[in-house]
Design a protein around this ligand. Sequence first.
Ligand code: KG4
Ligand code: ZN
Length: 400
Amino acid sequence: MIILAVETSCDDTCISILNIKNQKSKIRDSKFEILSNIISSQVKIHQKYGGVYPFLAKREHQRNLASVLKQSLLEAKLLKSKIKHQISKTQIKIQKLKEILKREEVLYQQLEEFLKNYQKPKIDAIAITIGPGLEPCLWVGVNFAKALSYYWNLPIIPVNHIEAHILANWLSPVGNVKHQISNVKTLFPAVCLVVSGGHTQLILMNNFGKYKILGETRDDAAGECFDKVARILGLDYPGGPAIAAQAQIVRGQASVKLPRPMIKQKNYDFSFSGLKTAVLYNFKKQSPKNRKKEKYIKEICYETQQAIVDVLIKKTIKAAKNYKAKAIILGGGVAANRQFRIQFQQKLKKEKLSFKFYVPGFKFCTDNAVMVGIAGYYNWLKGKTKTWQKIKADANLRID
Ligand code: KG4
Ligand code: ZN
């Protein structure tokens, strides 16, 4: 089975094509071969705002989608030009296409041109992120997927972005994490932590499609905190990698001390906006000269990263213990943080905790469409396929 997956929930325009091999009734036997994985990042555009500006992001998705589609099909060796007589037959379909993309004029023009010139590729279904995410961004992707589904007469599989971040772990074993998610029997229940720019959620996974949210952030997401702190300190967007690159204690102990919000509370919720405010106050307290000092920047970055890492590890392990989880599964952009990954494993080892520990490869932590394809495949197995008329974006979609 070949799935074309589309992801536009935030600021990356992503299209990936997956070939699902060893497809058997037992889902754990499936293997995902990545035929293409195109990510068109908008980082440069949002950099000056220090965060994602939804309407700019929507505009960029519109501009990018047709060319990302072409690149993705090309990389997967599925792009074939039409022969002359096929071109004229497509006129009636083009009218409907215009209707589906009536709010995306630029995208419509580019897609029309593309569809006029290229044949329907050998794919079996289209997977699309329908939520949660930024509403205007989600809708561009959804309308694009609907247009393709209609034009090529293919089923659509709606995908939850958070579930996609979790299922990115089904791709392959990663780095020095020895386990491979293959034996589902010893995996569930699993405690999943999805930490990204838009979300921080602790989720109990009892099986594919069976989730319960245990807790989540009450204000800013962990990635958002990284981004906002970076902005305060005058570092690049996205803030996570920028802060990680600076984080270092120059001599002895960090002179800056920051709070670990909600770390001692019994619930599984998080709160990161206070941490950002603490950084802001600390920064304002410094003399203009000190604010620019390398030592100060390195130390406050170190403390910010450490505060976030401490809270995430503590609460996830607590949930895993209380719910007698067999595995801990991470996902989302913040899971790409090296210190977070290293310290998590060290903590498990130090406390002699036997939870299996999974985290996607670095490039599959941040947004991509491969994870959408994987989630799409599992949804397809569950019969969650829809016709294009029934697909809607839902910015507040919940996994449970
Ligand atoms: O999953 P993602 O690509 O998009 C959302 O679904 O939001 O996550 C993006 C977030 C950004 O806030 C970014 O600063 C953060 O992930 N991030 C990191 C790292 N790489 C990306 N945070 C900490 N350390 C990193 N290495
Ligand atoms: Zn994401």
